[in-house]
Design a binder for this molecule. Structure first.
Ligand code: MV4
Length: 452
């Protein structure tokens, strides 16, 4: 029997996004929320809602027994985890399936396989995806690390196998620093992830972060939806994403897309997924795979017309993908600006009450946000409050629309990072599309120096 009721195990804009996909498909929704989120927009719009615990994520959005109880009492037959929280928790995926409910995502095995970065790298290497040169598996000794580093050449980077998102990485510039960096990386890995296994890679100095979106059904059909350029980051938080990447042409896209699709087919993976690459001097180097819907998925939806959340639900229900690769074309250019409730200079979070709210509109503008006038932003969660997504026939039109949409957008009562995005949209390097993963942090440091 097909899914009739989906429990949304998340909050904020993504909970609303999932609710909308469900209602577009005639599926009922159950919202779960913490005691701090009773007045959240997705809670008001959902067909039913259940309070699952206190304000901290641990008491609520990470509380597996409470979420399963809510699913059982509401009669939900599927759970969508969104991003963050339990979205890449293999144990949760397994428990949901053990309760005869559908986890809207990949199997627990695939989540595990990709969650361990060494296993992920080994897996994709065997499937002909290009990876960053480095150790074959975990580093067993300082001696072994020194031999590998000598072979691939400095600088190298040490990463935790249970890491991801940049936590606990160590860049090493010469052999003299290696032993100490290795110890530091291992102890940080142990503290942060309870696992001190680390691996080593060649450190790429000026790459771009380019990721490929895929979706697979349970019949062996796999499609790629092209790439997103997510190079503009601060402290491993993406700030601005675009699709297509300013540096990728059709030929390069089709080539890497075909390689990734073939690998996903061999893996027998189900659901949406993202292959993260570093891209330098015309070459792709795999770093990680994400097995969830991502924050920046709307830019891909804008240029392909594919509703990725809808496809996630379809394939989880055992239906076929609604499109084939032949039917996919890439139209125009899209940019997403992540607007955070933060001071635009210090990035200090600014929870508080939204006094005025006037979202932008018009051609090519989409705002994914759960904000409304009078809403009180709780202090307990991530500071992302809105995603401004703009689409144009080409990058130039997209940038014009973005600047226009930013002129219209009013979020009154709190400080937000909207002014930072206004500066970015007018910066010569951004207009030229010339930036790497370090560009934003460098720019922000220079701004600080100027201000002092
Ligand atoms: C790297 C790298 C350079 N060389 N790996 C950071 C987060 C994690 N997902 C991987 N990261 C990096 N891995 C090699 N071999 C540089 C980074 C990196 C980075 C990557 C993407 C976006 C922003 C970044 C900022 C600093 C470092």
């Amino acid at each position: 029997m097909s899914t009739q009721k989906v429990l949304i195990a998340n909050r904020g804009e993504i909970a609303l996004r999932i609710h909308r996909a469900c209602h577009d498909m005639g599926i009922k929704t159950v919202a779960v929320h913490s005691t701090a989120d009773g007045d959240a927009k997705h809670v008001r719009l959902a067909d039913e809602s259940v309070c699952i615990g206190g304000p901290s994520a641990k008491e609520s959005y990470l509380n597996i027994p409470a979420i399963l109880s809510a699913a059982t009492v509401s009669g939900a037959d599927a759970i969508h985890p969104g991003y963050g929280f339990l979205s890449e928790n293999a144990e949760f995926a397994a428990i949901v399936e053990e309760h005869d409910m559908t986890f809207i995502g990949p199997t627990a095995e695939h989540i595990n396989q990709m969650g361990d970065k060494i296993t992920a790298k080994k897996t994709v290497t065997a499937l002909n995806i290009p990876v960053v040169p480095g150790s074959k598996g975990a580093i067993k000794s300082a001696k072994e690390a020194a031999l590998i580093a000598r072979k691939i050449g400095y600088p190298v980077i040490i990463k935790a196998t249970s890491g991801g998102g940049g936590k606990g990485m160590q860049v090493v510039f010469n052999e003299a620093m290696l032993k100490e960096s290795l110890q530091l990386a291992k102890s940080e890995a142990k503290v942060n992830f309870g696992n001190d296994e680390v691996y080593l890679e060649k450190y790429l100095e000026k790459p771009r972060h380019i990721e490929i979106q895929i979706i697979a059904d349970t019949y062996g059909n796999v499609i790629h939806l092209g790439e997103r350029d997510c190079s503009l980051q601060r402290r491993h938080q993406k700030i601005w994403e675009e699709a297509p990447s300013p540096v990728i042409n059709d030929k390069v896209r089709n080539k890497i897309g075909a390689i990734v699709c073939k690998a996903v087919e061999k893996l027998g993976y189900r659901g949406a997924g993202t292959f993260e690459f570093l891209y330098e001097n015309g070459k792709f180097y795999f770093i990680e795979m994400n097995t969830r819907i991502q924050v920046e998925h709307p830019i891909t939806e804008a240029i392909t017309g594919v509703d990725i959340v809808r496809e996630q639900i379809r394939v989880a229900m055992g239906e076929k993908l609604s499109v084939t690769q032949d039917q996919i074309s890439f139209k125009g250019h899209a940019i997403e600006c992540r607007i955070n409730a933060e001071d635009p200079h210090t990035f200090i979070p600014q929870p508080g009450k939204i006094k005025d709210y006037h979202p932008s509109g018009g051609p090519g503008v989409r705002i994914d946000s759960a904000l409304y006038a009078g809403y009180q932003i709780p202090p307990h969660y991530d500071s992302l409050i809105a995603k401004l997504i703009v689409h144009g026939q080409n990058r130039e039109e997209c940038l014009h629309r973005l600047r226009r949409a930013m002129e219209e957008y009013v979020i009154g009562g709190i400080k937000t990072t909207l002014p930072l995005h206004r500066d970015l949209a007018s910066h010569p390097d951004i207009i030229a599309g010339e930036y790497d993963i370090h560009w934003l942090e460098k720019m922000l440091t220079e701004e600080l120096k100027k201000a002092a």
